[in-house]
Design a protein around this ligand. Structure first.
Ligand code: GDP
Ligand code: MG
Length: 407
């Protein structure tokens, strides 16, 4: 009688190894989508979040009167191809219907080629603006030895862009100077656009008129955690401002979102009391009057004097977000869920028929899905709206499905 010959790969220990490899291949092939989804993605899918299209009372047509608004972009000459891509995307999805003007800002003069090629992409007016050096240059009260040391230290800690001085200048300009540029004098609303971004959905209403009619101050698409090493002292410095100026704290503030420790205690501890959640400011649709307000101006001055834009690497996103979360009523902040948007590595892709070429509800294609801060935002909106007896826009359904974090 001949013995049955079992191949080596079907015998232990090789069998267990081959089983593991097979299971991993099957998992990554068939469940890749689930693997990539963040907790926010899953919650949105689970509750099938309802969407109400905004109703506006301004008909489109020949006699259309635009809102007092502009599309704005800080950009370098060498990013011409990138900004053209962004322009094409935004013109196709939104601006070719409304023809809002574009205002480009640069700390160096724009080249003729930049002007010629960008003008071709829109029927709106184009303006090319130089940033005054006093808005851009490193202020003279910054200690250069301390700056060198800080940059060196942050580089050693792996803080992104930490050793790129122009990045610090850019963040400071976006925090405290863009709205002071003379080209924006008298303009109320802005839409901030960066090079190399994508817009996935057809937007058939005027978002600026939406801001006006629905009394919104700030609109975002993506909401994420930050690297706490870049904002170590931002929250303590903010607290000292609030201690001296308690009158600026809004009754309907977003402190739950700004100071949550439960979800990511490591972030909170390293950022000394700040969750690090922020609106990703490469996309912003906002009311410039908020930045021009006394509260924000004094807040910015207070922050700036500490040198944190240089000795640390405070981004304009956390600075804007902390101010919005403290000084503004929560209901004045709007999630433009219907604006499909991508600035790598994050995406806002609604599950709507008006959106193409992005995967509905998927927040990222990369491994950063734990950076999604939307669940906390849903919780914040739910609590604020409930307290005021307002429509929570479906946020409470999501918040309840994530309740384990908030009890
Ligand atoms: N004119 C000018 N624009 C800058 C400079 N540094 C960054 N920007 C712009 O600032 C924005 C943010 O910079 P980006 O490199 O996209 O940073 P990231 O989105 O944080 O990775 C983009 O619109 C850039 O074009 C600079 O030194 N000069
Ligand atoms: Mg960018």
């Amino acid at each position: 009688m001949s013995a049955i010959c079992i191949p080596r790969w079907l015998r232990p220990p090789l069998f267990s190894v081959s089983m593991l490899i097979t299971m991993a291949v099957v998992y990554f092939t068939y469940f890749d989508e689930a693997w990539n989804m963040s907790e926010g993605d899953r919650a949105i899918v689970r509750v099938n979040l309802p969407f109400k299209k905004p109703l506006l009372h301004h008909p489109k047509g020949a006699a259309y009167v635009r809102a007092n608004a502009s599309i704005i972009s800080l950009v370098r000459n060498e990013e011409l191809d990138g900004i053209i891509q962004s322009m094409r995307e935004l013109e196709r999805s939104f601006n070719s219907k409304f023809n809002y003007s574009w205002i480009f800002f640069n700390n160096e003069p724009f080249t003729d080629e930049f002007k010629r090629r960008t003008r071709k992409e829109t029927n709106g007016e184009c303006h090319y603006e130089l940033i005054p050096p006093e808005h851009w240059n490193v202020p003279d009260w910054i200690d250069h030895n301390k700056l060198e040391e800080s940059l060196h230290e942050m580089r050693a800690q792996g803080v992104q862009y930490a050793d790129k001085l122009s990045y610090h200048q850019m963040c400071r300009w976006n925090s405290g100077f863009f709205y002071k540029h003379p080209a924006l004098k008298g303009i109320k609303y802005y839409w901030r656009v960066e090079p190399d971004v994508k817009f996935y959905c057809d937007i058939d209403y005027d978002v600026f008129k939406f801001m006006e009619e629905y009394n919104k101050t700030y609109g975002f698409t993506i909401n994420v955690y930050d690297d706490p090493k870049s904002v170590r002292s931002l929250w303590p410095v903010t607290q000292s401002f609030l201690d001296a100026n308690p009158q600026y704290l809004s009754r309907d503030n977003s402190l739950l979102w700004l100071t949550d420790r439960k979800r990511r205690p490591g972030r909170y501890d390293e950022a000394n009391g700040y969750s690090t959640c922020h609106f990703w400011s490469n996309f912003e649709i906002g009311d410039l009057d908020f930045w021009r307000s006394e509260a924000y101006e004094q807040f910015f001055e207070h922050l700036d004097r500490t040198g944190g834009f240089f000795y640390e690497r405070w981004g304009d996103a956390p600075v804007h977000s902390v101010a919005l979360g403290l000084f503004l009523d929560n209901e004045k902040i709007h999630w433009f869920r219907d604006i499909g948007y991508e600035h790598p590595p994050y995406i806002n892709c609604p599950n709507l028929p008006s959106c193409q070429a992005c995967q509905p509800n998927l927040f990222t294609h990369s491994w950063f899905n734990y950076e999604d801060c939307r669940p906390l935002w849903f919780h914040q909106v739910c609590e604020s709206r409930r307290r005021k007896g307002l429509d929570d826009e479906g946020m409470c359904m999501i918040a309840h499905s994530l309740r384990k974090y908030h009890d």
